[in-house]
Design a binder for this molecule. Structure first.
Ligand SMILES: [Zn+2]
Length: 246
């Protein structure tokens, strides 16, 4: 997993392109959806810095590209035009060298460097309507369990509370957002807030499904299942009987 030090090394490698006007391509279809290439192509790269777990690339005109590498992302600097295998997310080409981003699950272009977070699940009261609105603006094919961990949509839910809240709300992590009603999303978020507040206040709560794969569901005794989900392949836990879905 890329930690801060490897991000600093990547930032250092990318310095060779600073000051150059770069040609920008986004060969990977998911990167293309961000329209990064159209907006950055031909601009001068002004700086590259590692901030937290992000690499921030600033371009002339005040545009900042944020690249978060999550578990699998990698930046490489090679001679321009070198043959490659596979489909990179992003290629920034200078006169002599090019920077290539592989498996960059987070690529976001903004006018500011700050990371945009969704409403805080632990706010009192949490702004459930705004969170539901954020989830509704996502692609309908995105899986519910994956979207729940997206900090831009709802800030604060991690893998434990994702699994537990979905089980309490009887919703499968594998449902597509399209298949979940607004009321169900709101109920799910309310469960997450309730469970997390309980935890903050020190209540000892037995986990129902998190890390319980193969054990019986506390509600129906069906065997709990687990499988990796999303770009980060974080393990989802669910009861196939109480939480039916795809
Ligand atoms: Zn069950």
């Amino acid at each position: 997993m890329p930690e801060g030090d490897s991000l600093h090394r990547a930032a250092r490698r990318l310095q060779v392109l600073v000051g150059e006007r770069v040609a920008v391509e986004t060969p990977h279809p998911r990167a293309a959806a961000e329209r990064v290439a159209e907006r950055l192509d031909g601009r001068r790269l002004e700086s590259v810095e590692a901030v937290g777990k992000n690499l921030l690339l600033s371009f002339e005109g005040g545009l900042v590209l944020r690249s978060h590498l999550r578990m699998s992302g990698r930046w490489q600097v090679v001679e321009r035009g070198r043959a490659r295998q596979g489909t990179p997310w992003l290629v920034l080409s200078g006169a002599e060298r090019e920077a290539v981003l592989w498996n960059g699950p987070v690529l976001e272009l903004s006018a500011r460097a700050t990371r945009r977070l969704g409403p805080d699940i632990l706010a009192q009261p949490p702004d459930l309507a705004a969170m539901v609105g954020n989830l509704r603006r996502e692609a309908g094919a995105r899986e519910l369990g994956d979207a729940l961990l997206d900090q831009r949509l709802v800030a604060g839910i991690g893998n434990v509370w994702k699994a537990e809240a979905l089980w309490h709300a009887r919703l499968s992590p594998w449902l597509r957002l399209d298949d979940v009603a607004d009321e169900e999303l709101e109920r799910l978020l309310a469960e997450a807030a309730r469970l997390m507040h309980g935890s903050v206040e020190g209540a000892r709560q037995a986990r129902s499904v998190y890390r319980k794969a193969g054990r019986p569901c506390p509600r129906c005794c069906e065997r709990i299942r687990s499988r990796g989900q999303g770009d980060d392949n974080r393990t989802a836990y669910w009861c196939p009987h109480c939480q039916p879905g795809r």
